[in-house]
Write a protein that binds this ligand. Structure first.
Ligand code: GRF
Length: 216
């Protein structure tokens, strides 16, 4: 029997190309889920336009419009509950999620990071800075990581990673584009598909994906 479609909430701050890749994967019938709500920390995010084009309810929860991060995150939690989110996908979301949201959604918040964590993660490692650091460290490969969100920055349990080579003449921008197109836009929808099919479990702090070995 086909299981109920999962309700997805997507948190964004920028272009929303990862969100778009998830929506396209849903269109192709690869994900047993539906994006019910998009929440942006940035009123100017192009991700909001993408959501509106598809008639997906979209909200701005910018820090500057609230008294505190707590107040902002209480509003985010209210929206997540109102839309009955099963999973909360951080797709280029630049905010830090308050502990009370994590407590309300244990192992339900998922982030994508454009590097092979645990390397090049944590405070300051966002956007182009990640790729600058990878090049400065003369890494031979880079990629992206999809992981659960916990109370730290970029350090929750890893669900899956994808890799690309670093090329000799790479600039931060060219590496960023390769990671985004060749890894992120495939890996994130794939993991969301697994989640919506209830294939992902955490056993003793380790992530297990049914039907996929450790090399996934
Ligand atoms: C991606 O590189 C993602 O890994 C990072 O922020 C970027 C967002 O891009 N967290 P987009 O908004 O999905 O286009």
């Amino acid at each position: 029997m086909k299981k109920r479609k999962k309700n997805l909430a997507v948190l964004v701050s920028g272009g929303g190309s990862n969100m778009a890749s998830i929506l396209e994967s849903i269109d192709r019938g690869e994900i047993n889920g539906e994006v019910k709500v998009v929440i942006s920390s940035n009123a100017a995010a192009y991700a909001l336009t993408r959501a509106k084009e598809r008639n997906i309810p979209a909200y701005v929860c910018a820090l500057c419009d609230f008294e505190s991060r707590d107040a902002r995150d209480r509003e985010i939690l209210r929206l997540l509950q109102a839309y009955e989110a099963d999973y909360v996908l951080l797709a280029g979301y630049l905010g830090i999620v308050s502990p009370f949201i994590l407590e309300a959604y244990p192992y339900r918040l998922i982030n994508i990071h454009p590097a092979l964590l645990p390397k090049f993660g944590g405070k300051g490692f966002h956007g182009i800075h990640v790729h600058e650091a990878v090049l400065a460290a003369q890494e031979k490969e880079s990629g992206a990581t999809v992981h659960y969100v916990d109370n730290g920055i970029d350090c929750g349990a890893i669900i899956a990673q994808g890799r690309v080579p670093v090329l000799e003449n790479d600039t931060p921008a060219s590496l960023q584009a390769r990671v985004l197109e060749e890894v992120e836009h495939k890996l994130f929808p794939q993991v969301v598909g697994w989640l919506c099919d209830d294939k992902v479990r955490v056993e003793n702090g380790k992530v297990v994906v049914d039907g996929h070995d450790a090399a996934r």
